[in-house]
Design a protein around this ligand. Sequence first.
Ligand code: ADP
Ligand code: MG
Length: 256
Amino acid sequence: MAKIFCIANQKGGVGKTTTAVNLAAGLAKIGQRVLLVDLDPQGNATMGSGIDKRAMEQSVYDVLLESSTIQEAAVLSEKCGYHVLGANRELSGAEIELVALERRNERLKAALEAVQSDFDFVLIDCPPSLSMLTLNGLCSAHGVIVPMQCEYFALEGLTDLVNTIKQVHANMNKHLQIIGLLRVMFDPRTTLQQQVSDQLKAHFGDKVFDTVIPRNVRLAEAPSYGVPGVVFDPAAKGSKAFIEFAEEMVQRIQKM
Ligand code: ADP
Ligand code: MG
């Protein structure tokens, strides 16, 4: 049975998509069967996995509106070694179309049930908002991975996300929990980052992943080649960190 994780943080540009594609590639590298679901109309995770978002025949939009199944709409990225249920601009309309429909927050959850045994991990790259799309992700998931930069305001932003997760847990998905906070774009030479990192550990304890993802230009360059850094340059510092993170995730799910 697949374990399903949302990569979420309502802030933009914090490293959600970079985490989603590199964790997917890292898990694939160590032999896990992975489905990456792109829930962001920007389609960055789709493009960053080598799938042309403009040329896709079917996408997560069709799955949410129940005009296709995940088996029909997902494609294998051969370069990356995992399956992708892609997104493009069409998805931004889904929000409005879903409002009038039944079970609107549980469309993705229902669709994922049919592919439970085809994958070990399903990773959902969420948009930078607490929208109905994100709710579809949170209702489907066993847990949330929260990438964050160790900056002063990072802790403040976390409160809203933690509250949303609590509400979803209480009202819609009793399985949902924060699996962990992932420190990304980390620069150990910066005193402030070190301090925020220490505060995070003091406050959230073992909810903070052991793995730390450093700031590394190879991770930022990779998307323009249509692959995650882990595939583009596996020897880069950032790629090695994501492979280590994949191993940490495999260990974590054994305790779940
Ligand atoms: P989000 O999905 O949260 O909006 P992205 O993953 O797209 O964030 O990251 C925002 C920007 O930061 C992108 O340009 C990405 O390439 C860059 N980036 C993300 N993680 C790293 C990292 N560890 N080192 C260097 N650049 C990074
Ligand atoms: Mg993104």
